[in-house]
Design a protein around this ligand. Structure first.
Ligand SMILES: C[S@@+](CC[C@H](N)C(=O)[O-])C[C@H]1O[C@@H](n2cnc3c(N)ncnc32)[C@H](O)[C@@H]1O
Length: 236
């Protein structure tokens, strides 16, 4: 997953065409400020190529990112000069500082494998919150909301390149198995194919709620028509 520069570039091009990163950041900033109106610092965990971070930087005085993948973090660094981008794992990171808001977007938390890992990650994020800080988690699907057999298609032109993506998602126990194929047509190198299989965990609402409780946080779940909704936590 996102293991090389080409994968990070394809990710960047496809999702900026498909997602309204600025509107999503505005929504999350509003969720934070409803609970902490003077929030000025934000950490984006699993920040990927930094597109949300760029949008958060317009809304918060100080922002920083945490990312596991070297190629995704490198692309974020190109995009965001002067923004601290930490390489680290959401389950175990320790940056030695706190933030008014900690957020994890685009279902990145679903890449964790077990409820124990979910608990570790939410506790690590909670430890990075200021006393009156706000944690916002955009989850993956719940077991009862995932559509088995879901197919998605997307194609985009990017300068001299054309990129097509198709995916097929099935349920395997408490996981989603998402098989994704990409065709990349380049004016000089021709057409290349690559594929990947991602496994995301269908954590239940109760598992998310328990992870927040163990992290010392009160939590509310907010549904959204446009996506999987948000868990919003504040210190007890
Ligand atoms: C779907 S992408 C989302 C990236 C970004 N938040 C966005 O909205 O575009 C998932 C990201 O989670 C990162 N990731 C997966 N497991 C991680 C972990 N254990 N710790 C930190 N980042 C992780 C991946 O490298 C990838 O960049």
């Amino acid at each position: 997953m996102y293991e090389n520069d080409s994968a990070a570039e394809i990710y960047d091009v496809l999702y900026q065409d498909r997602k309204d990163y600025d509107a999503e950041a505005a929504r999350v900033a509003a969720l934070v400020r409803e609970r902490k109106p003077d929030a000025s610092t934000l950490l984006d965990v699993a920040c990927g190529t930094g597109v949300h971070l760029a949008a958060f930087a317009k809304r918060f005085d100080t922002v920083a990112g945490l990312e596991l993948s070297e190629s995704m973090a490198a692309r974020a660094a190109e995009r965001l000069s002067g923004v601290p981008l930490h390489r680290g794992d959401m389950r175990t990171f320790d940056l030695g500082q706190t933030y008014d808001a900690v957020v994890i977007m685009f279902s990145s938390i679903g890449y964790l494998d077990t409820a124990a890992e979910l608990n570790s990650a939410v506790s690590a994020m909670s430890r990075h919150l200021a006393d009156d800080g706000v944690l916002v988690v955009e989850p993956w699907y719940f077991p009862d909301s995932f559509l088995d057999g879901h197919v998605s298609t997307h194609a985009v032109k990017n300068g001299d390149q054309g990129i097509a993506r198709v995916s097929h998602s099935t349920r395997e126990g408490d996981k989603t198995r998402m098989e994704i194929h990409y065709l990349v047509a380049d004016s000089t190198t021709g057409i290349k194919h690559r594929s990947e299989v991602d496994h995301l965990t269908l954590f239940s609402r109760e598992e998310y709620t328990e992870a927040f409780r163990l992290g010392g946080l009160n939590v509310t779940y907010l549904e959204s028509q446009a996506g999987p909704g948000f868990f919003v936590g504040t210190r007890k």
